[in-house]
Write a protein that binds this ligand. Sequence first.
Ligand code: FES
Ligand SMILES: [Fe+2]
Length: 453
Amino acid sequence: MWQENRFVAFGSDVSPQPAHRATLNREHYSGRATMQKEFDTVWTKAWLIAGIERDLEEPGDFITFDIAQESILITRTEEGGLSAVYNVCQHRGNRLHIETSGSVARRHTCPYHGWSYALDGSLLHVPDRERFSKGVDCAARSLKPVNVGARNGLVWINLAVNPLPLDDFLGSLVGELTPYRLEEMHVVREQTCELDANWKTVIDNFAEVYHVDFIHSQHASFVNCRDARVDLFPYGHTVFRVDGYVVNPRYPVPDEPPPILSGALEALGLDPRDFHGRVNDIRRAAQARKRELGRRVGFDYSALTDDQVSDIWQYNLFPNVIMTVKPEEVWIMRPRPHPTDPQKCFFDKITLAMPIRQSGDDTSLVLIGDPEAAKAMQSGRRPEREVFMQADVTSGSVSMTETVDQDIFYLPYMQAGMNSAGFDTAVLSDDENRIRHFHDWLSTWMADRVPRP
Ligand code: FES
Ligand SMILES: [Fe+2]
């Protein structure tokens, strides 16, 4: 069996098949004309994940989200709703906030001349107002609004005047993600790496597992990437379902569990020696054991299928979010375009983890894969965003996990190669269908041919 690809509609009459076919050439990955067209037709038209709703719990809590040359300010209002506005003061255009998150008492105040705005963006106060002899029209000088919505604990924004409704854009994906209860998870790590690669080069990397045997050899002993199930949805979204707690079926099944699986068994309190000659039974055993441990330490697996308990499902949400979902931990990876250079992007990785409800019980921690994340969870403190360069990752001074570090090493070389006169177009296998689906939908957006239900 190899990777299965299928088109899946959202129940509306919007076809999951894109209307356009992309050409994956140098201009597509490096061109300034393409970069501008993406801004006009994608970044200002599609719904974008701007942040995590948990960062906006109380009135006055805010986050900023920078996308291409724009910066958006999202705030929890006094009434309990969300407001999103351009992060641009209406006096002379200064950024209201340069921090990525924070909290204000009742108003946003521009640091430059002190204009202040209510949490919903309306202009409240102009210092020395009488010196504006022609007057200041408060309604006209309020912050410019942006569409905003929250689903599954995530905050989306949309810069379009009349966007496709968020629920139509996400279709059945909201329901698919609901059992994971992202809204109960906490941010336990947030990292941003400045990369010498176009944002789409990053998307492509995380859309296929053809490269896994070559640059992530460690994966052969704990996941089955070869036989993944792929669903291709409308608007350019995809999902990839990969079995966990298994060995790579390309190779003979070993008698003993390989070291990574042995470690995973021990972490669950199971004895690897019990699986001598039974390596293919580990996945089922891990599912049962996780449910048992979950009941003990307050992890609720009841809404999840056995496959969801053990496996890794990766949702790529058009245009720029790669979400790796496990019941205990979710990674939101998000390449954002650089404001001026198509050869660069900002690559964010936000790690969410389900809270541990029973303190002092060591077995509860084993359900969280990343020890750093487990530490942050125990501290109860929301970590600051760490910002660094690609060279910091390749030199080993920062890590975004072993697997992602391996990807990051290659991304600038992919970018440089695709920007060379020696590159014509990419050719894709059936196991790279998610790349094809993404780019064909991207072209459909760029041609302004996105259907509405
Ligand atoms: S630019 Fe903001 S108060 Fe002047
Ligand atoms: Fe990879």
